[in-house]
Design a protein around this ligand. Structure first.
Ligand code: NDP
Length: 284
């Protein structure tokens, strides 16, 4: 028993979402472009709909998880009156807001969600799903959404979920690129990547500990140089670039850091702390 739910899209993630609803005993209607991907779910009790519009008609709550927003537009077919669409497809804030308006125009409610987990974690509290869109909609369906993972509600603006996803992705790429760049540098000295892991971990933990202080400085718009100044960082960057070039290692990352840091110095922040660089990230 429980609210009937529909899941459109049964790829790696959509299949996991539908599986979690089935395990929790919800009447679950599914549809996938390639119908064979529903076989296993149907064997476990799901109902296969003949078309997206039939699947949408079957349940008040419609979860969509396909490759991208073009695919979402393809599958959100037919009337949406009285339906709440929960779109868990990754995309941009702009498209999330446009889709929310479109769904509202067609009589439906809209929640956007970012899944911060792999398919295996879906259906456990380890899967964090960050929703945006009207809180009243989120709260009304909270007990059903709780089945998929731990719910976070970020705010009423439907674009907030995708905005958080963008912010988190650039953070993760930054950390991963930094680690891999470090591996390349150490490789020139014959140090294996596994030997670097404990030191890299400590560095990441140390930086994580600085975040609350940085965030406070950024909110206040003052960047006291509690540790090192921007000028000090700049001279170290120049050495790292010079040495990377002589080692024959890619120096794009430290060059980017140096370019931003030089701009911060030009803007009068040579004696500020590193958090002053936020002003460089705020402009295109
Ligand atoms: P898959 O490639 O496994 O699945 C893609 C799904 O989209 C399939 O069901 C596919 O149908 C469907 N699809 C693609 N184009 C169309 C279309 N034009 N019309 C109808 N259906 C279409 O991807 P995932 O399940 O891994 O990812 C789905 C979403 O979830 C993505 O936005 C991804 O970023 C997000 N996500 C995934 C995570 C993961 O770890 N996998 C983690 C967090 C978010 P068909 O089977 O017919 O090809």
């Amino acid at each position: 028993t429980g609210t009937p739910v529909t899941v459109l899209g049964l790829g790696m993630m959509g299949g996991a979402l539908a599986g979690a609803f089935l395990r929790a005993g919800h009447p679950t209607t599914v549809w996938n472009r390639t119908a064979a991907k529903a076989d296993d779910l149907v064997a476990r009790g799901a109902t296969l709909a003949a078309s997206p519009s039939a699947a949408i008609a079957a349940s008040p709550l419609v979860v969509v998880c396909v490759s991208d927003y073009d695919a979402v537009t393809d599958v959100l077919d037919g009337p949406l009156d009285g339906r709440v669409v929960v779109n868990l497809t990754s995309g941009t804030p702009t498209r999330a807001r446009a889709l929310a308006e479109e769904v509202a125009g067609r009589g439906g409610g809209y929640l956007d969600g970012g899944i911060m987990a792999v398919p295996d974690a879906v259906g456990t509290p380890d899967a964090i799903i960050a929703y945006s869109g009207l809180r009243s909609l989120h709260d009304a369906h909270r007990s059903t959404l709780d089945i998929l993972g731990t719910c976070l509600h970020l705010g009423d603006d439907p674009g907030l979920s995708a905005t958080h996803e963008m912010a988190t992705l650039v953070l993760m790429w930054g950390m991963l690129d930094g680690f891999l760049n470090g591996v390349a540098i150490l490789g020139t000295a014959g140090v294996p990547p596994t030997a670097y892991v404990p030191i890299a971990r400590t560095a990441i933990d140390t930086v994580a500990g600085w975040l609350p202080g940085y965030a406070r400085q950024v909110e206040e718009g003052v960047y006291p140089a509690d540790d090192g100044t921007v000028d000090t960082h700049l001279s170290v960057m120049a050495h790292v670039i010079e040495e990377s070039e002589s080692l024959g290692v890619n120096a794009d990352l430290p060059r980017l850091a140096k370019a931003l840091t030089e701009r911060a110095v030009t803007a009068g922040h040579g004696s500020s702390g590193y958090a002053a660089l936020v002003e460089q990230f705020r402009q295109a």
